[in-house]
Design a protein around this ligand. Structure first.
Ligand SMILES: [Zn+2]
Length: 169
């Protein structure tokens, strides 16, 4: 659902969704920041780390009672929260894929610039795209996805949180 919304928000016809696969490995990814430890994009395929997502939510809830209470008030069940988190991970990885396949300049083939993009730029841009998609949702869905996103955003490395600066500009 969210991934299709990415095409709509971007206002262009893009290759979304990319191919996806599920991994049950824990740990699943060597990347950093909460989203890219629960899923990753390798330039071809989006991988969703199903087991890591479930474990991560449980771990965060065991550690942070305030977070647990806040999110449990928001959602009907733990299963629903896992699904929301999973969709956010999916959207984040497809946002990386979107950046990768976007054409920045007509003279440059798409994808070339992506591999040279520093993490400090790639991270916030991806986060900004993700946020823009969920912020375009309506009512209850928007509240659910934005709240969970903002809570988990606290676990990404600081430079990645610069998506807030892009939002301001
Ligand atoms: Zn990422």
């Amino acid at each position: 659902m969210l991934v299709m919304k990415l095409s709509e928000v971007a206002g262009v016809c893009i290759c979304v969704p990319r191919h996806e696969r599920i991994s049950l490995d824990v740990p699943c990814s060597k990347e950093e920041g909460i989203w890219d430890t629960l899923g990753y994009y390798d330039g071809k395929i989006v991988t969703i780390c199903d087991k890591a997502i479930q474990k991560s939510l449980k771990k965060k809830f065991d550690k942070d009672v305030e977070l647990r209470e806040k999110l449990e008030k928001l959602s009907k069940s733990r299963e629903e929260l896992i699904l929301i988190l999973r969709e956010l991970v999916r959207l984040h990885e497809h946002s990386h894929a979107f950046l990768h396949t976007a054409t920045v300049r007509k003279s440059k083939p798409s994808g070339k610039w992506y591999s040279n993009l520093p993490k400090e730029v790639n991270g916030p841009l991806t986060e900004f795209i993700t946020y823009s998609v969920i912020n375009s949702l309506k009512d209850e869905a928007k509240k659910l996805f934005v709240t969970v996103f903002l809570e988990f955003d606290k676990y990404v490395p600081k430079p990645y949180r610069n998506w807030r600066e892009i939002k301001k500009s």
